[in-house]
Design a protein around this ligand. Sequence first.
Ligand code: GDP
Ligand code: MN
Length: 342
Amino acid sequence: AKKLLSYADDASHSTVGPKLANATFVTLVRNHDLHAMLESIKNVEERFNSKFHYPWVFLNNEEFTKEFKDTISAAVSGEAEFGLIPEEHWSYPEWIDQKKAAEARKKLEEDGVIYGGLESYRHMCRFESGFFWRHPLMEKYEWYWRVEPDIKLHCDVDYDVFKWMEDNDKVYGFTISIHEYKVTIETLWDTTLEFLKEYPQYENKDNMKDFISDDGGKTYNLCHFWSNFEVANMNFWRSDAYRKYFDYLDKNGGFFYERWGDAPVHSIAAALFLPRDKIHYFPDIGYYHPPYNNCPLDKAIFEKGKCTCDQENDFTFQGYSCGNKYFEVNNLKKPEGWDQFQ
Ligand code: GDP
Ligand code: MN
């Protein structure tokens, strides 16, 4: 029993070590984000990975510089791998009308939509939706934890999150949920409904549609899991259901003609194609991605994790979050103090 309890510590002293999951961190990042990335790494290593030494895959649409690779490699406690994204995964498919795409960007930019005019952001969202899990460096892994530059972990995570997901038969884990800007996904839901008409077999009979629709599926309520943090099983993205869904969306062109985000795309797929009990909210992973926090309100969780966040800044039960909705539709017990945000 002692051995079991301390297996995490043993990892750093033994070449045999504990049995890790088939998992990696994954980060899409640019060379100029080196220092923002080091901040994220310091947090993730101190709070979690120094106990486990999971590897970390860094992906970029341009070659990483030697400085980036050397500095990052020295900062992580597991193996670091650096990959270039193949051009087909970061460019326009032949069926996209690039003039129409440029006009759409101009329109969203004029309307003041965040990233509305940014071409690279479209490629990023399409890549994170349909391609990161097919990258040659990712192929050997089953599980991933997505990390972005400039994030924080507020609490110690003393257990192997990947193993926990595996042992508890989960597929998709998140920390923050939120409403999407309607103008970025005007036709995403109708396109999804068309897809479901063609492939009704992919809609799981015990799905979590009630999280993403308030009217039984007629309209999308804009709720999604914030995908800058994800701990998930790539077999889901690699499934026929999701591949077909992504291809269908990609053919439609909304990644370029609108500004479809990978977060609503992932979330809609998870909510429709998975049994609802495969989705997991981590109340214990204190997390910050500008400008929102997941800060445990539960006193026992906060103390156990030695959290350093301000609970008053927890986003979960604030109006723009979908946390309350998630707790409601899943009959989860809300932590004490949740109603101070209502
Ligand atoms: P936000 O979280 O929606 O505000 O968008 P971010 O700017 O954080 O981008 C999301 C993720 O994609 C982050 O991991 C960024 O590092 C990464 N990213 C965004 N644009 C690019 C790009 O053009 N090239 C690369 N290599 N990474 C990018
Ligand atoms: Mn981000």
